[in-house]
Design a protein around this ligand. Structure first.
Ligand SMILES: [Zn+2]
Ligand SMILES: [Zn+2]
Ligand SMILES: [Zn+2]
Length: 155
């Protein structure tokens, strides 16, 4: 299946159902950590997740994230020097990130041209791509113009 169809046809998987399929128990910490990631509009660091899950000790947090990563629930993304966590494409639409190195803002990039280019390149090299990461760093338009009033510019 090619990337583009995948983006359009995918539907959001239910966490409980996914865990059930994997024969994993949905414990309170697991659910809380999943919800923290699910509510976030951008990737979260361990510290960010900890803030949302104050009752969960660090060992449980690390173990849960490791288990989530192994089971395709969470993926680790490397934006800048930070390791961050985000739900996989099973639970949210496929996308990439722009990170502004001035204001640290992270925005989503969903562009079919990126996916087409990855398809074209992999076919050309006879390589079967099963997953990819594509994160971009630079300066956002607000920082570029020195205009911090985002609402005004978004009009
Ligand atoms: Zn994201
Ligand atoms: Zn910026
Ligand atoms: Zn992509």
């Amino acid at each position: 299946m090619c990337c583009i169809n995948y983006v359009i046809l995918q539907h959001m998987t239910d966490f409980d159902a996914h865990m059930h399929t994997l024969k994993l128990r949905v414990t309170n910490p697991r659910k809380t950590i999943f919800e923290a990631l699910s509510d976030a509009s951008e990737p979260l660091s361990i510290g960010d997740i900890q803030k949302h899950c104050r009752d969960i000790d660090r060992v449980t947090l690390y173990r849960t994230l490791e288990m989530f990563t192994k089971n395709n629930i969470v993926k680790i993304i490397h934006i800048g020097w930070k390791k961050q966590y985000e739900l996989t494409d099973l639970f949210q639409p496929h996308h990439h990130h722009f990170r502004c190195t001035t204001c640290q803002d992270i925005s989503h990039v969903s562009d079919s041209e990126v996916e087409e280019a990855i398809d074209t390149i992999s076919i050309r090299h006879g390589f079967t791509v099963t997953s990819h990461q594509f994160e971009l760093e630079g300066t956002c338009r607000y920082c570029l113009t020195g205009n911090t009033n985002r609402e005004l510019l978004n009009k």
